[in-house]
Design a protein around this ligand. Structure first.
Ligand code: C5P
Length: 229
């Protein structure tokens, strides 16, 4: 299996936790959150290079060109996550064929496990593409505007979607573009693929692959980092 490129959307403003500093640059165990994520991806033998998608006025990117002897390239993102991912796919080197599988992984998920990346690639390549996720374990409520629970949604067959997600470069680019043209804002790559008529394979991954969003998530991620290699 040839090694794959990974697009890392990191153009979110995400300033909820840290004031002016976008969350991907806030310190986690003493170093910027995004560095942990990039190092973990670059360390994986099946990853060939990283395409980091940055925000327009990003003054914090440390200018890394290589990690674990693998190229780290950057490009400019867009207003929504899906715009950033599409920009990242377009900016990949020409040697990455349209038929080649490409991973997409949130900069804000530093605790992804090496074994889960390997399992996603192993299972989703023969399936034509897929994503890491986990079955929903909590009871799901539909809230009214009064803040009260009005109904309970069925939990069966409901999954939470994580990253990495993995699709063919050409098919994913076309699917993201088609969703944008149709005015559908997709919240992940799998949603764009579903919109285009594909059924991405759900590959169960560890639930500690958290998306660091709140101050509490930073504390949790610090605890998880050394325990999720
Ligand atoms: O905001 P949220 O945590 O959902 O973002 C998920 C990932 O997508 C983050 O790594 C964020 O930096 C990235 N993103 C992006 N471009 C945007 C919005 C979010 O690259 N316009």
């Amino acid at each position: 299996m040839a090694a794959l490129w990974c697009v890392v959307p990191a153009a979110g403003r995400g300033t909820r936790v840290g004031g002016d500093l976008p969350k991907q640059y806030l310190p986690l165990a003493g170093r910027p959150l995004i560095l942990h994520t990039l190092e973990r991806l670059a360390a994986h033998p099946l990853i060939a290079g990283l395409m980091v998608v940055l925000g327009g006025k990003d003054e914090h990117w440390p200018g890394i060109g290589q990690l674990a002897d693998k190229p780290v390239l950057t490009t400019l993102g867009g207003a929504e996550r899906c715009d950033s991912v599409l920009a990242g796919l377009r900016a990949l080197p020409a040697e990455v064929a349209d038929e080649a599988f490409v991973l997409v992984h949130d900069a804000a998920r530093p605790c992804v496990r090496q074994a889960d990346i390997a399992r996603l690639i192993e299972r989703a390549v023969p399936a034509g593409g897929g994503l890491l996720g986990a079955p929903l374990r909590d009871t799901l409520k539909r809230a009214g505007s009064d803040g009260r629970s009005h109904t309970t949604e069925p939990r069966d067959h409901r999954w939470r979607a994580f990253t990495p997600q993995m699709f063919r470069r050409g098919e994913l680019s076309a699917a993201l573009l088609a969703a944008a043209v149709a005015g559908v804002t997709v919240s992940d790559e799998a949603m764009a693929m579903e919109h285009a008529g594909f059924a991405p394979l759900l590959v169960e991954g560890a639930e500690d692959n958290i998306k660091v969003t709140t101050a509490a998530d930073f504390a949790l991620a610090e605890f998880l980092l050394p325990r999720t290699t």
